[in-house]
Design a binder for this molecule. Structure first.
Ligand SMILES: CC(C)(COP(=O)(O)OP(=O)(O)OC[C@H]1O[C@@H](n2cnc3c(N)ncnc32)[C@H](O)[C@@H]1OP(=O)(O)O)[C@@H](O)C(=O)NCCC(=O)NCCS
Length: 142
């Protein structure tokens, strides 16, 4: 079982590599810095001591005081189907629970079969809501 812990900046390149290998957008350093001023304890990594950079997976959570959100869950292909994502999400759920969060939301692309199966296996249910989004003038790229 890999150790799950809070992200530290020395993990950044390893996490970016995991995101790239998983086909997930890489969160840039400036955007990440802004996120970490709010809830650093909700950005988690899974250690993989045998791997080249020591990190096998990552997940980013947020809590707005009413809902928790999960973003950018990814496990490097070399470490999949060993429970790493399950461990990351379990730890994030525990941390959100400790903050008093009553419900977690997340987004999965409809063609992401592995993602859909994974979340349903963990008890997450699909909702019929459609995501609407609008970039604001001050936002970087997201
Ligand atoms: C989805 C993802 C995070 C799963 O990571 P993982 O560490 O392999 O997941 P786990 O080992 O904890 O899997 C738990 C369970 O989820 C389900 N599952 C996971 N991957 C699956 C797949 N490719 N196909 C079918 N079911 C899958 C299985 O029920 C699995 O249990 P089992 O291995 O005992 O059958 C990983 O495949 C990934 O990084 N994908 C690319 C990025 C992504 O899609 N992120 C999530 C979308 S937000």
């Amino acid at each position: 079982m890999s150790r799950i812990r809070q992200f530290r900046w020395s993990d950044y390149e390893a996490v970016a590599e995991v995101w790239r290998a998983a086909g997930t957008d890489v969160v840039g350093r400036a955007e990440l810095e802004a996120k970490l001023t709010r809830d650093p304890e909700l950005f988690l990594v899974a250690e993989a001591p045998a791997g080249p950079r020591g990190i096998g997976g990552a997940v980013m959570g947020t809590f707005d005081g009413r809902r928790g959100w999960i973003f950018r869950l990814a496990v490097h292909p070399a470490h999949r189907r060993g429970g790493m994502a399950t461990g990351l999400v379990a730890e994030l759920e525990q941390r959100l629970t400790n903050l008093g969060c009553p419900r977690i939301n997340l987004l999965v692309l409809p063609d992401n079969e592995a993602g859909l199966r994974f979340w349903q296996r963990l008890g997450y249910l699909p909702c019929p809501d459609v995501l609407f989004t609008k970039p604001l003038a001050t936002s970087p790229s997201s």
